[in-house]
Design a protein around this ligand. Sequence first.
Ligand SMILES: Nc1ncnc2c1ncn2[C@@H]1O[C@H](COP(=O)(O)OP(=O)(O)O)[C@@H](O)[C@H]1O
Ligand SMILES: [Mg+2]
Length: 237
Amino acid sequence: MSTLTIEDLTVAYGDGAPVLDGLDLHIGDGTVLALLGANGAGKTTLLRALTGLVPAGGRVLLDGADLTGTATEDRVRGGLALVPEGRSTVVELTVEENLRLGALWRHRGAARRAAVAEMYELFEPLARRRHAPGHTLSGGERQMLALARALIARPDVLLLDEPSLGLAPLVVAQLLGVLRETASRRGLTVLLAEQNVTGALSVADRGVVLSLGEVVADRPAAALAADPALRHAYLGF
Ligand SMILES: Nc1ncnc2c1ncn2[C@@H]1O[C@H](COP(=O)(O)OP(=O)(O)O)[C@@H](O)[C@H]1O
Ligand SMILES: [Mg+2]
């Protein structure tokens, strides 16, 4: 269980105008937050800034502890996990090897085997393909593996960048369903960046819309989903 507090977060690339401009956001324990916004709104930049992969002004607090200036690996050890866009599995390794790799620093021996088995329970398609090399997996299986590899390290805060991109609707529903269930069961705090607004809001507690580096809407997910004017203004449909 963890809370994430973002204060006055500002990111600019090179000499350009800020991509995120004084962003404030508080994400409570066990909340699934859908991070929405048109292409280029700054969703990926926010997730990368939270993990320390891009330099940022302002402060990021995890359970009140200031992460500002700390290295990415320390943030990961502190409980943050990022699943970047593009299904980052190691394609030369099998499903099982990928999972064991994800569990490496967190679990040992029997605990590691138990953690791998738990992921197979959550993601049944992965259990069937445990000895398959990463490059032979379908897009959906690969995204499941990327998610499982993050979850196996038992993060407190999970940052997901467009997990549904390019996947069939049925696969998206399955993936987001497992995410919602796991978040509820473990009290996981989730930041789900998505252009799939309907899918993201269907599993989220709360939705935040980014536009031009700022938060332009912050509401319960159901209220946001029911507001066509807002969707039209900021999300392009
Ligand atoms: N490495 C980079 N260098 C320069 N500009 C970048 C870089 N990454 C992203 N940007 C710019 O920052 C803005 C936000 O991008 P991004 O965070 O990827 O948005 P989103 O994930 O919401 O599509 C865009 O205008 C994009 O062109
Ligand atoms: Mg992005």
